[in-house]
Design a protein around this ligand. Structure first.
Ligand code: ZN
Length: 88
């Protein structure tokens, strides 16, 4: 982008003119707004991704815990009739 005061070319995205120090970032407020919009979308997307990862982890953990509990319960249920039949 070119400086509005001295006309020197500056690197894209620079906030100030490296030659005279004039603010050049404000020359394209729409572009900056677009970038903050993209950053906001990325923020939401990354938050959603981490939430989904947490949800999947929680479901796997819950299934694992449920499987452990159910196996323990099933083992106890199978053990009792066997013990009774052995007593009889
Ligand atoms: Zn300048």
């Amino acid at each position: 982008m070119f400086c509005t005061r001295c006309g020197k070319e500056n690197a894209e995205g620079s906030a100030f003119c490296f030659s005279c120090g004039t603010r050049v970032g404000e020359a394209q407020p729409g572009k900056r707004r677009q970038w903050s919009k993209i950053a906001g979308i990325l923020d939401i997307v990354s938050a959603g991704v981490s939430f989904v990862i947490f949800l999947v982890w929680a479901i796997i953990w819950f299934l694992g815990a449920a499987a452990l509990v159910l196996t323990a319960l099933a083992r106890d249920e199978f053990r009792q009739p066997l013990a009774l039949s052995q007593d009889a």
